[in-house]
Design a protein around this ligand. Structure first.
Ligand code: VG1
Ligand code: CO
Length: 543
């Protein structure tokens, strides 16, 4: 075996977005594409010499090939050891946990998360820091700089490592340890939640359905829900991870997890339903004919986390991404907790968690998690909900009704306009920006605009500034419109329009969200002149 130094040239567009570098799989399979970016990762973190990393991915098409390339390149760059999940598989939260548990120098996660997988779909790669969290912007821009001036990469010329069984191998001087992707993660969950209470609830006839959407959480769900908590075999459906996710779109929302929604709205619905995404960091929670919006789920968890044994001392503080509804803010205010508002993307929560200022974070995009790892964590949220229901002895619907009665309800929805021409989407936002100065005081749909600005975040821990993090229009009654462009898509531009309206109650707490948000939706369309800019006003996906 020898180390080859391969001459290469920079490849345009290797710029990480909201969560790593995501492109069409075919793009990643082009000559040098993956290698250039992996070398850029190592260069950006000051080299791999003597370091230990975690490597794994969500099992999508090309995961197996990419892991082999990364192992050979890590060895050629002098890494001492790589911990890799059996079969090259690790969920994103499990990878984050392994980085922390083994005090490694970081990890490389292969995933395009909620994007479909397959030769004609999407692939992705990202680096997580020694704290287990996604690289911050300073590091991702160093990766982009390194990729933009790449002239050569180093790779071992060797055979593939057998990752099919647990064991230890060598690539040159580097050790490869193949480990069980599930065990350590499942053990961590047992320290956080009251498994006895959940087990008793399930033994008492409480029926759970978990849809893993043919993605990475299948084996995790089976081990935790069926093996450790005693739910019947078959509780986890779509449990076999497949390279193309069985053709499913592994995004746990009412549109893409339709099979679960149909069951939860059907006769004989289970008591609790949940779904997770491609890499296992997202979750959707549903009860019989009750959909829990992710922003509300975050608020309910904030209000009830003390019922779980890992959180009995209460939360240190909470954080949400700016477009996420203010439901959690109301719980924080009632409990006297600090509440932070960050840009979209989990990487912005890391500093707050490391500094001990927050222990619960969430995003409207079906992401919830705590400082047990540094990623959002789908199964964690499922177990937190089961723990809360077991301790309260109530169903999902009853918990939601009493939450709204106590705190009021932040009606919320996100409308996505997908595959737009980049120039048109950008045109809409720049025209909107040009109107911002004139908007305060203006009346639309019977509401008065209080402010209009572009969200800029100054990290309270390290002072770093992130600009252009979302266009927002706030009305005098606190209702909001937020718009931003997706940073995870691979085809054209996706415009996300986030809509929110607060109702204090006691009346008007159980309206249909799209109806309750009617005036806000109309205002968003007219203020942005949507029809003119993108030629349509009906979204592709409503969550
Ligand atoms: C989306 C979500 C964001 C989430 C990100 C990664 O980003 O809006 O909240 O953190 O995906 O989630 P964007 O830029 O497309 O809006 V995942 O599960 O893809 O790691
Ligand atoms: Co994900």
């Amino acid at each position: 075996m020898t180390i080859a130094t391969v001459p290469t040239e920079p490849i345009t567009g290797q710029k990480p977005g909201t969560s790593g570098l995501r492109k069409k799989t075919q793009v990643f399979m082009q000559r040098h594409y993956l290698e250039n970016f992996v070398q850029a990762i190592f260069d950006a973190i000051g080299g791999a010499d003597g370091k230990t990393f975690v490597v794994g991915g969500d099992g999508r098409y090309f995961n197996d090939r990419a892991v082999q390339v990364i192992l050979r390149m890590a060895a050629a760059n002098g890494a001492a050891k790589v911990l890799v999940g059996q079969g090259g598989i690790l969920s994103t939260p499990a990878a984050s946990h392994l980085i922390r548990l083994n005090e490694t120098d970081g990890g490389i996660i292969l995933s395009a998360s909620h994007n479909p997988g397959g030769p004609d779909e999407d692939f992705g790669i990202k680096f997580n820091m020694p704290n287990g969290g996604p690289a911050p912007e300073s590091v991702t821009s160093a990766m982009y700089d390194a990729a933009s001036s790449m002239t050569e990469y180093r790779v071992y010329e060797s055979h593939d490592i057998d990752l099919s069984a647990i064991g230890t191998h060598a690539v040159g001087d580097m050790t490869v340890e193949v480990l069980d992707p599930v065990a350590d993660y499942a053990d961590l969950m047992e320290t956080l939640f009251d498994f006895d209470a959940i087990r008793a609830m399930i033994a008492g006839g409480f029926r759970v359905r978990m849809d893993s959407m043919c993605a990475v959480t299948g084996p995790y769900g089976v081990e935790i829900l069926e093996n450790r908590l005693g739910a019947p075999r078959g509780t986890v459906v779509n449990r076999q991870p497949l390279p193309d996710f069985g053709g499913m779109h592994p995004d746990p929302n009412p549109v893409w997890a339709k099979m679960l929604m149909d069951e939860m709205w059907g006769a004989d619905a289970p008591d609790f339903g949940a779904a997770s995404d491609g890499d296992g960091d997202r979750n959707m929670i549903v009860g019989p004919e009750v959909y829990v919006s992710p922003s509300d789920s975050l608020a309910v968890i904030a209000a009830n986390a003390h019922l779980a044994k890992g959180y009995t001392d209460g939360l240190k503080g909470v954080a949400r991404s700016m477009p996420t509804s203010g439901a959690v803010d109301r719980v924080a205010a009632a409990k006297g907790l600090d509440c932070f508002e960050t840009p979209t993307g989990w990487k912005f929560f890391g500093n707050l968690m490391d500094a001990g200022r927050v222990s619960l974070c969430g995003e409207e995009s079906f992401g919830t998690g705590s400082d047990h790892v540094r990623e959002k964590d789908g199964l964690w949220a499922v177990l937190m909900w089961l723990n809360i229901l077991a301790k309260r002895g109530e169903g999902v619907g009853a918990v939601m009704a009493s939450h709204f009665a106590e705190y009021g309800r932040n009606y919320y929805s996100r409308h996505d306009y997908e595959a737009l021409e980049n120039a048109k989407a950008e045109g809409l936002l720049s025209a909107l920006t040009a109107r911002f100065a004139d908007l305060p005081g203006m009346e639309v749909e019977g509401m008065t605009i209080a402010s209009a600005d572009i969200f800029k975040y100054e990290d309270p821990v390290d002072g770093s500034v992130s600009d252009n993090q979302g266009w927002r229009i706030v009305f005098e009654d606190g209702s909001r419109i937020v718009m931003r462009l997706s940073g995870t898509g691979t085809t054209g531009a996706t415009l996300r329009v986030y809509l929110e309206r607060y109702v204090a109650g006691p009346d008007g707490l159980d309206e249909e969200p799209q109806a309750a948000l009617g005036p806000i939706i109309r205002a968003a369309r007219s203020l942005s002149d949507m029809e003119t800019h993108i030629g349509r006003t009906e979204p592709d996906v409503i969550t």
